[in-house]
Ligand binder design. Sequence first.
Ligand code: IMP
Ligand code: MG
Length: 174
Amino acid sequence: MGSLGVLLSQGQIKSKIAELAQTLREDYQDKNPLLIGILKGSFIFLSDLVRALDMPLEVEFVRLSSYVGWESSGLVEVVQDVQTPLKNRHVLVVEDIIDTGLSLDILLKHLHRKSPASLKVCALLDKPSRRKLPVSIDYLGFIIPDEFVVGYGLDCEEKFRWLPNICYIEKEDG
Ligand code: IMP
Ligand code: MG
């Protein structure tokens, strides 16, 4: 494994979340939105976003399979589902990073079948260069280059979730 370089600092992340929260507060005023975090990667982003929103809302989590190490296996399944009905709810999926788009595509189809009043996506990071399926991201933090990133909840084989900054792993030569 290579060394780590800072891509986005805590300060940059914090001000972006404040901006996102401002927009979301306007769009979800009086809607008691249900935020669905995708485990595990989004847990820190979701927590900071909820605190920045500072408005009535509810929280759920889903867990998807796939991703061993650096590359997606392409076989994504919902292994832990929401515990509450979505019918007539305003649902906002909160994701750490959109890469190929496979995970989000599967999850959105799955949630759509539960007849929410609205279904939107808020992602902290987008790596559009690796997209395999088109997905629309309604609220986005940062577009990033094709680098594998860790920290702020994101891992590489369960390591580095604790890092306060979002860092890229410099690939070793050869
Ligand atoms: P997708 O299905 O390829 O869009 O993958 C999305 C999921 O893969 C994210 O929720 C992350 O858990 C994981 N992932 C994708 N890229 C990275 C990365 O650079 N670092 C850490 N996890 C990543
Ligand atoms: Mg994830």
